[in-house]
Design a protein around this ligand. Structure first.
Ligand SMILES: Nc1ncnc2c1ncn2[C@@H]1O[C@H](COP(=O)(O)OP(=O)(O)OP(=O)(O)O)[C@@H](O)[C@H]1O
Ligand SMILES: [Mg+2]
Length: 419
């Protein structure tokens, strides 16, 4: 295995003897892992810049010294695991009680080495981790995920609301790993619909894409309490200027390897990045209201969409949003004027939509409503798995541990202001 392929390790310890010992093992020949980051500040001084360094590296393993304070060390482990759930830990320190060991395991520690650490024990633990990582890589030979693109040819057609809520329903019904990608890079609003303040966005992700792997991916993704992941649009539209169609193609191909469903809120534009999404998508959903201006835009745009299709016209599905049987323009009129069958209708459901806006929660998490019912049906049709209506209560995200909670808040605020 070349150096670039070795799993990356970070060391957090202020004990110079232990640091030397780890360096000897993980920087020498035959090393099972590559030590790429050493953080030697005392645990009580561990702050944002250290967290940023860990985040930037995205190590597969962290070797964590708990000698100074087991409590603070385990809180840090918990915080880092929240940031990157696939991260593994080897911890070291004094003899721990059974209860403390359990606590360490709950915080994600897979091996605990009592100090003074024997060189062979340290080697055996790191070899075990390296083997485990290779095995996990093997398990990741999964079926590529499905890309579903949602696109409204006229402003306000309902693509963001639909993509966001459908992602949640698909995740709940299939239990599949689901990612919502907000490709409306100029004015994306999916984070707002989810009621989230994302830490990262697609532009950060694209900038670091060259060194992307499963570990780093996890640190660029925001996790919503409904269970779906989000790759949001940047807060400032100008940040997206440099993103090319080719980058979008490569990013989507990569995401397919890591998610079962990738739901893309695609911008209302026929610029190359949108065309790249149409090419890659398994299904392109055109979301439109039944009014003349929208239908005219679809008529004008559909040749461009069709030209980008790689799997034939079956790839395109038309959804009538805000459907009302009393509408003057009927489903027949729509089908005749556009030359596409209507695949699904989503009710005009002002009450549920406004309720969700006011509550800052996606509609499908707010209990039953015509909108939720329609999305359950759509999800069942798209995934082939019977939809169940979601429970009223969403899972509450695990709270961050106390000393690091403030740090997370500050980081989020800084990003919001700075990007
Ligand atoms: N089925 C529905 N019933 C009632 N209101 C809806 C429905 N679907 C969407 N809306 C409302 O319509 C408005 C536009 O929806 P949304 O932002 O999802 O559209 P969009 O196509 O993403 O728009 P944009 O072009 O701005 O990206 C929002 O205020 C949303 O709450
Ligand atoms: Mg939108």
């Amino acid at each position: 295995m070349t150096d670039a392929q070795l799993p990356r390790a970070a060391l957090i310890s202020s004990d110079s003897t232990f640091v030397t010992q780890v360096k000897q093992l993980l920087t020498g020949p035959d090393r099972p892992l590559a030590l790429e980051l050493e953080l030697t500040v005392p645990l009580y001084q561990f702050g944002e810049s250290q967290v940023q360094a860990v985040r930037a590296l995205g190590p597969e393993l962290i070797i964590l010294d708990l000698e100074e304070s087991q409590e603070l060390g385990l809180q840090l482990a918990q915080y880092l695991v929240e940031m990157n759930p696939s991260q593994l830990f080897i911890a070291t320190g004094p003899v721990l009680s059974g209860e403390q060991l359990m606590q360490a395991m709950r915080a994600g520690v897979s091996d605990y080495l009592t100090k003074p650490v024997l060189a062979e024990d340290l080697r055996a633990a790191t070899v075990r981790v390296a083997q485990k990582l290779r095995k996990t890589d093997g398990e990741k030979q999964r079926q590529p995920g499905r890309i579903l693109s949602f696109f409204s040819p006229k402003g306000g057609g309902g693509s963001t609301t639909l993509a966001t809520n459908l992602a949640i329903v698909i995740h709940r019904t299939t239990k599949g790993k689901t990612l919502l990608v907000d490709l409306d890079l100029e004015l994306g609003e999916s984070a707002m619909v989810l009621g989230m303040q994302p830490r990262f966005n697609l532009v950060d992700f694209a900038e670091n894409f060259r060194r992307m792997d499963a570990g780093l991916l996890a640190s660029y993704i925001d996790h919503h309490s409904s269970g779906i992941d989000l790759l949001s649009a940047p807060f400032k539209p100008e940040a997206a200027e440099g993103i090319t169609a080719d980058q979008i193609r490569r990013i989507l191909a990569f995401l397919r390897q890591h998610y079962d469903y990738i739901i893309v809120d695609t911008p209302r534009s026929f610029a190359p990045p949108s065309i790249a999404v149409f090419e890659q998508a398994d299904l392109v959903f055109i979301v439109s209201t039944a009014d003349l201006a929208s239908l005219r835009n679809i008529q004008r745009g559909i040749p461009l969409v069709k030209r980008a299709l790689t799997k034939g016209e079956e790839q395109v599905r038309l959804i009538i949003n805000r459907y009302d049987p009393k509408d003057t323009i009927t489903v027949d009129d729509v089908e005749r004027s556009i030359g596409l069958k209507v695949f699904w209708k989503v009710s005009n459901d002002y009450e549920a939509v406004m309720g969700s806006v006011n509550a800052g929660r996606p509609i499908v998490l707010n209990g039953g409503s015509p909108y939720t019912r329609d999305l359950a049906g759509l999800a069942a049709l798209v995934t082939g798995i019977g939809a169940q209506l979601p429970s009223r209560r969403s899972r509450i995200a695990r709270a961050l541990t106390a000393p690091f909670r403030g740090m997370a808040g500050r980081t989020a605020k800084r990003r919001e202001g700075g990007k």
